[in-house]
Design a protein around this ligand. Structure first.
Ligand code: C5P
Length: 215
């Protein structure tokens, strides 16, 4: 089965406050370039979705490494645009904002998609959890934080997105849309390295880790 990586990278990076997040650099390499590099040699094709104003820049910087499509106003729309462009049988959706992706994680997700049709990387929750309004303690043991990559048979994810569009459903990840279609999603062990660069503190951490990762 052919496999494509789909990388939504059209976020504006408001919480980070450093301009379009995909172009923020760690040890001289952008988050976008790092996300693309993680899939090289692991998949048949790589697609990125970027803000329309940055598509020429992305084409130039990623020439020969990834194909570029215009992202949308939300992550969900960006993934939908990527899905319609790619034609591989299996798609792996991965946030550009998660720069430290190991090949072993990609392999786990692809194997689970081949077996089950849909798979998401998750990780156990380390912190105690409460409901902010009531202070009620939430048992963290059965909970998992959802990371990316998430992998699907392309036709399944496309059907999930089409249905979400018809019903105006919104979700912050793709596995949720597939579950809403009634299809189960296999869970695959993620990694602490897969944290998402969202805040300035995350960026500081990522910049400190990049030389270690690159070594
Ligand atoms: O905003 P958040 O950090 O949850 O975004 C996750 C990923 O989705 C990022 O890689 C971001 O670039 C991407 N995104 C997108 N299009 C949007 C908003 C976010 O591709 N409109």
């Amino acid at each position: 089965m052919s496999v494509a990586a789909l990388i939504p990278a059209a976020g504006s990076g408001v919480r980070l406050g450093q301009g379009p997040k995909a172009w923020v650099t760690l040890a001289g390499e952008s988050l976008l370039s790092r996300a693309v590099a993680a899939f090289e040699g692991c998949v048949d094709e790589v697609w990125v979705g970027v803000a329309p104003a940055l598509s020429a820049r992305a084409e130039e910087e990623l020439s020969g490494r990834a194909r570029v499509v215009c992202g949308g106003a939300t992550r969900q729309e960006s993934v939908y645009n990527l899905l319609r462009a790619a034609q591989a049988e299996v798609v792996l959706v991965h946030d550009a904002a998660r720069p430290f992706l190991e090949a072993a994680v990609i392999e786990r997700v692809v194997a689970a998609v081949r077996a089950h049709g849909a798979a998401s990387v998750v990780t156990a929750v380390a912190d105690s959890l409460i409901e902010a309004a009531s202070g009620r303690v939430v048992d963290r043991a059965p909970l998992r934080a959802v990371q990316t990559p998430q992998g699907f048979r392309r036709e399944l994810l496309l059907a999930a997105h089409e249905r979400a569009r018809e019903r105006a459903l919104e979700a912050t990840d793709d596995a949720a849309l597939v579950r809403a279609l009634g299809h189960p999603v296999a869970l695959v062990e993620g990694s602490s390295w897969l944290f998402k660069v969202t805040t300035p503190a995350d960026l500081e951490l990522a910049r400190a880790l990049a030389p270690l990762w690159d070594a």
